[in-house]
Design a protein around this ligand. Structure first.
Ligand SMILES: [Zn+2]
Length: 66
């Protein structure tokens, strides 16, 4: 069953996001995520306390949701 589910990053690190199909330069102040598949860039709204919203790593075009 390997590879049948999209990877969920366990924490906000470059390596974890890369496993989930997200390119990130590691800059926590800007957080410009880029989808390597479609080239779309997006910035999730960081919640109070510095927490990330649910599904923050999802490409707006859903490339890494399958
Ligand atoms: Zn994409």
């Amino acid at each position: 069953m390997q590879g049948s589910k999209p990877y969920r990053p366990k924490k906000l690190t470059i390596r974890e996001l890369a496993k989930a199909g997200v390119a990130w330069d590691g800059n926590l102040l800007r957080i410009p995520f880029v989808c390597p598949q479609c080239g779309k860039a997006w910035s999730p709204n960081v919640l109070s306390g510095g927490r990330m919203p649910k599904g923050y790593w999802h490409c707006p075009n859903k490339c890494n949701l399958r």
